[in-house]
Design a protein around this ligand. Sequence first.
Ligand SMILES: CC(C)(COP(=O)(O)OP(=O)(O)OC[C@H]1O[C@@H](n2cnc3c(N)ncnc32)[C@H](O)[C@@H]1OP(=O)(O)O)[C@@H](O)C(=O)NCCC(=O)NCCS
Length: 149
Amino acid sequence: MTTKSMSSVRVRARRQTDLDEVLAIERACFSDAPWDAESLNRYDCTVAEVDSAVRGFLISRELVPSLEGLGGERELLNIAVDPAWRRQGIARALLEHEIAHGGALFLEVRNSNLAAQSLYKSYGFTEIGRRDEYYQSPKESAIVMRLKW
Ligand SMILES: CC(C)(COP(=O)(O)OP(=O)(O)OC[C@H]1O[C@@H](n2cnc3c(N)ncnc32)[C@H](O)[C@@H]1OP(=O)(O)O)[C@@H](O)C(=O)NCCC(=O)NCCS
């Protein structure tokens, strides 16, 4: 795998025309690749664009709306970066855009996914629980994390 040199990252809402690029990154990143066009359309999806191409994406949803200055609650459902474009701050750009919603942000991460856990901990996410055998293919427990402002 080669690593590309990076110009600036632009984070924006996903457009329908991004679908093939998002699904290609999804397939390159996950052995079980559970997201398809229909499930993507159901949630909020932002993409990170570098040199006019999508290099990463983040999927999230609102759990509780924010009300009169009180932060709401959101869940980060997926984040992935093209393997050739990793360790260049693309996930950070996507996550910072999501965190800017304020309130509390929840997520689940595979027990073995130390890269993602390191990313989340660097923003102050803390473990609030575990779910046994939450993931399939391969079967694994999930760590539930929360960031609260
Ligand atoms: C996890 C993932 C999204 C990180 O994307 P990325 O663009 O490479 O991450 P960044 O360059 O923004 O790195 C931010 C921080 O994450 C952590 N990190 C990222 N990759 C890491 C690795 N391989 N090992 C350890 N820490 C890692 C580091 O703290 C890093 O900061 P640093 O570069 O200053 O040390 C990417 O590896 C990926 O797509 N993995 C497969 C999909 C996945 O596991 N998604 C998470 C589902 S919960």
